[in-house]
Design a binder for this molecule. Structure first.
Ligand code: ARG
Length: 244
């Protein structure tokens, strides 16, 4: 009896303490978007600019960050049903998304560019994509922009790596996707089979998204972001993934 008493006492004590000291921030991401979020082959951990940033933000706010890898088009629905608290996934702040979720202040400047095979000299800009076959990731700004191109056949893939594979396999003429991700992909693949072309279509800014009603969390994240910018932590993370 004594043993049972001590054991259960211990458990109660533990769980109570655990609940009061560690707040958990459940963060959704689509981890096929290097260098922002991807799975490290060896450690199996989710790494990248966004992952470092959200962990630093969580630490600043006193939260333990738990990453959930999911499809990009499931992230906003995940916020809406509260299965995740925040999205850190290279998500562009758009008017359409602002109807559904709250964004923090922008934390990264991006834009869309085109990836073609190295030997393709016909496609040099967005105008040249008219009537062409284009691969994109479903639910992205790249998908939305590609669909506006006259007579283009847009093929949507679950993730960006699949869109790049389709280009490599010759199934499409081009991929429309975020500039920093395109550049990282080409640098990784040794720039032998693909290249980026085109001026960034428009400026896009990434924000961390939270549920529409969760203005408190958005405010805390904004404050923490300001602090990381002030104390040099943001800069450190930026330089780690993008250089100077
Ligand atoms: N910035 C683009 C958008 O918001 C693409 C983001 C894709 N992110 C990802 N982790 N796959 O639509």
């Amino acid at each position: 009896i004594i043993v049972v008493l001590i054991a259960s006492f211990g458990l109660v004590g533990c769980s109570k303490e655990g609940a009061s000291t560690v707040k958990v921030l459940k963060v959704g991401t689509d981890a096929g978007f290097a260098p922002f979020e991807f799975q490290d082959e060896k450690s199996k951990e989710y790494v990248g600019f966004d992952m470092d940033l959200i962990k630093a933000l969580g630490k600043q706010m006193g939260y333990e960050v738990q990453i959930q890898n999911m499809n990009f088009d499931g992230l906003i629905p995940g916020l809406e049903v509260n299965s995740i608290d925040a999205v850190a996934s290279g998500m562009t702040i758009t008017e359409a998304r602002k109807q559904k979720v709250n964004f923090t202040k922008p934390y990264y400047q991006a834009g869309l560019t085109i990836v073609v095979k190295n030997d393709n000299n016909a496609i040099k800009n967005f105008k040249d994509l008219e009537g062409k076959k284009i691969a994109v990731q479903i639910g992205t700004t790249g998908a939305a922009e590609a669909k506006k191109i006259k007579d283009a056949q847009v093929r949507e893939f679950n993730n960006a790596p699949e869109a790049f594979m389709e280009l490599k396999a010759g199934g499409v003429d081009a991929v429309v996707n975020d500039k920093p991700v395109n550049e990282y992909y080409i640098a990784q693949s040794g720039s032998k089979d693909a290249k980026t072309v085109g001026e960034p279509l428009q400026a896009e800014e990434y924000g961390i998204a939270v549920a529409k009603k969760n203005t408190e969390l958005a405010g805390k994240l904004d404050k923490a972001l300001d602090e990381l910018k002030k104390n040099g932590e943001y800069e450190k993370i930026y330089v780690k993934w993008f250089g100077k």
